[in-house]
Design a protein around this ligand. Structure first.
Ligand code: SF4
Length: 372
């Protein structure tokens, strides 16, 4: 088992999600719970979403046709990569589960400044790109509240308000030793997660936050504070669903890094670039073609297989690649070429649609900026 460091701002290397459930008390997603959902997206169906906290409150709201919120956001520090796409698709799925669901989407420009030193004006440019992706992936804007952290006074006020309930030592225990701005940004995120329950938005309501496993510290902190301030605000502790992290193209154990563009795919990469990245990706292939034909490959350790499994709905194709790999019926060179072609074809169509959504994204961003 490998669980290196488990905080939202550091290298994360999680190989054993079962252990994560044990150590941090995340609840496993049971068949019983999944069967109660109206339909599953590929992340739930393929158990890429592996755990939750209190997700049953959302399932209940769906069944009883009651209002609930889906809270998420993006740190505007770059173009959407496949990891951001995964979170966005989760938000959209949770929104589509009921007409009573409303999305709250934070442009985390405070975090982008504190964590990456990105000036606020530059965050606006990235936000435009990110919102264009959110629209292209299928968000229903009529049921979405988009805001910039730095302009949403309610989250900042709450961040400061809840800061009374926490000590420096506790923040250090949760996040490790960081500069003060990072801790303040963590408190603003508490404000973000509880914003759907603000009196201005109708007060307490079930809220779910779809996150990568590395974001659990924010969830635990916010849930603790929501309980601590229950008497004042009647908060319902926010629920969360956790997905496994998408690997770098370098394979398990490597982090996607801006310094190494070959380690990840963005939704704006050119088609030749994407093909080159996939052709160079880490595979679960054996040392020799002969050995691979004899004992089969290891799709579960293959970044190329993960691309298909995480991002394509075609069940038959995914199964075919898995089975043929296991049985030694396919070799990595031809397999990578096939996946690169599938991916490039999808991306070409996606980028065309994305381009046509840029004006709409500009309107959303301008409106969010005008609301300060
Ligand atoms: Fe991965 Fe395909 Fe090679 Fe199997 S054959 S290890 S799925 S690249």
């Amino acid at each position: 088992m490998v669980i290196k460091k488990f905080d939202p701002w550091s290298v994360v290397d999680v190989e054993d999600y079962g252990k994560l459930i044990e150590i941090f008390g995340i609840e496993p997603l049971t068949e019983e719970l999944l069967n109660e959902l109206p339909f599953l997206n590929r992340y739930f169906a393929r158990r890429i979403v592996f755990g939750h906290r209190d997700f049953q409150i959302i399932v209940r709201a769906i069944k009883e046709n009651k209002e609930y919120a889906v809270m998420s956001g993006i740190k505007p520090s770059g173009i959407f990569h496949l990891g951001s796409k995964m979170t966005a698709e989760q938000i959209i799925y949770l929104q589509r589960l009921s007409p009573k669901a409303k999305v709250f989407y934070a442009i985390a420009d405070i975090e982008a400044w504190e964590d990456n030193g990105i000036p606020f004006e530059k965050s606006v440019k990235y936000a435009l790109e990110n919102i264009a992706d959110l629209i292209t992936l299928g968000i229903d804007l009529k049921r979405t509240y988009v805001y910039f952290q730095s302009r949403e006074l309610r989250v900042m006020r709450w961040g400061y308000f809840f800061a009374r309930g926490i000590t420096y030592n506790l923040l250090e225990a949760i996040y490790g030793e960081k500069h003060l701005g990072m801790y303040m940004s963590a408190m603003v995120q508490v404000g973000d997660i509880l914003l759907p329950q603000h009196p201005d938005f109708g007060g307490p309501k079930p809220t779910v936050v779809p996150v990568g496993a590395d974001q659990d510290p924010h969830i635990r902190l916010t849930r603790d504070l929501s309980k601590k301030y229950f008497r004042k605000f009647n908060f319902i502790p926010p629920a969360a669903v956790y997905h496994k992290l998408q690997w770098s193209l370098k394979g398990p154990g490597f982090k996607m890094s801006k310094r190494d563009p070959m380690s990840y795919i963005t939704l704006k990469d050119s088609l030749p670039e994407v093909k080159r990245k996939i052709m160079n990706a880490y595979t679960g292939g054996r040392e020799t073609a002969e050995l691979q034909r004899k004992i089969g490959g290891q799709p579960e350790r293959c970044a190329v297989y993960q691309l298909i499994m995480y991002h394509f709905d075609d069940e038959n194709r995914v199964k075919k690649i898995y089975e043929e790999c296991k049985q030694g019926l396919r070799l990595c060179g031809e397999c990578k070429r096939e996946v690169a072609e599938i991916f490039a074809k999808w991306l070409e169509n996606y980028q065309r649609r994305r381009e046509s959504n840029l004006d709409k994204a500009r309107q959303v961003v301008d409106y969010a900026l005008s609301r300060s």
